[in-house]
Design a protein around this ligand. Structure first.
Ligand code: G1P
Length: 290
């Protein structure tokens, strides 16, 4: 299975840094955000990553490509472990870049992957949403949880989580009828509804496993919310014709496209690092005293 990661956006929510650094390359501690997303795909058994990207964002591909000169220099300086780490990143996945010529919406971005994905079920992971399953022992990566549901039911699936009523305006929202405790069949799906028009409180934080028939629905989708070709609208067509499941995954989600969500992820991952934990706690104590 391949994973599609849309990463062609301008990153306006994170200006000014995104003027020259792709949003996806902003680090959480010392790894770019997108590395955490690709790790989730890799942990879900996916090696081929279709990166929907734009001109000027080559730093992303470069990060996931071998750099022999750097590896040799590190090895020559006795830093074999660092050299191995750098090499491991490039070998963990195969990045297939596809340029999205114009920013016409998430549905359009996913549609750009059509020729590379072909006629196979594929995963979509959005880079602003980090889903961490490491606090839950024995729980698979979020995308793997969805792949398992897709395989056992033979139907496309979106990952969902419950959000407070006031937050429905930020997400694609779904509702439907339960087929098991954590899974339901989607009957309604709306992109960023108002509180009043929302079909419920189950939001899609950027994880999907979809049948390739979605490409047909994307090509039939007219611009919707904000004049963009919305992936949610294509998923609605899929739900009506082929069926779509929503699954409440296990995992902690961080909205790293938002400054507070980004800081939350940075603190959480920093506190988990044995080499940083004590220093970070001391710093936090100092700041809280001030
Ligand atoms: C996109 C999708 C939306 C989804 C959200 C998750 O919106 O259109 O359906 O719930 O990602 O983060 P965006 O946040 O890119 O505006």
């Amino acid at each position: 299975m391949k994973a599609v990661i849309p990463a062609a956006g301008l990153g306006t929510r994170f200006l000014p840094i995104t003027k020259s650094i792709p949003k996806e390359m902003i680090p959480i501690i010392d790894k770019p955000m997108i590395h955490y997303i690709i790790d989730e795909a890799v942990q879900s058994g996916i090696h081929d990553i279709v990166l929907i990207t734009a001109h000027g964002k080559e730093a992303i591909q470069n990060f996931f490509t071998r750099n022999h000169e750097l590896e040799d220099r590190l090895a020559g300086a006795g830093k074999e472990e660092w050299a191995k780490d750098i090499r491991r990143i490039a070998e963990s996945c195969n990045i297939i870049p596809v340029i999205q010529e114009s920013p016409a919406g998430l549905g359009h971005a996913v549609g750009c992957a059509k020729d590379v994905v072909g006629n196979e079920t594929f995963a979509v992971l959005l880079g602003d949403d980090m889903i961490d399953t490491s606090p839950y022992s024995g729980v698979a990566a979020c995308t793997k949880q969805l792949i398992d549901i897709q395989r056992s039911n033979g139907m496309s699936v979106v990952g969902v989580m419950e959000v407070p009523e006031l937050d429905v305006v930020k997400y694609g929202i779904v509702s439907g009828s339960k087929i098991s405790e954590k899974t339901f069949r989607v009957e309604q799906i709306v992109e960023k509804p108002s509180v009043k028009d929302s079909p419920g409180r189950h939001a899609i934080p950027g994880r999907y496993v979809v049948d390739p028939v979605i490409f047909k629905y994307i090509s039939e989708t007219k611009p919707g919310k904000n004049g963009e070709i919305q992936f949610t609208d294509s998923l609605l067509k899929l739900s009506l014709n082929e069926g779509l499941l929503a699954h409440e995954f296990i995992g902690d989600r961080y909205d790293t496209g938002d400054r507070i969500g980004y800081l939350d992820a940075t603190l959480t991952f920093g506190l988990r690092r044995p080499d940083l934990r004590d220093g970070l706690i001391n710093l936090m104590k100092k700041h809280l005293k001030d």
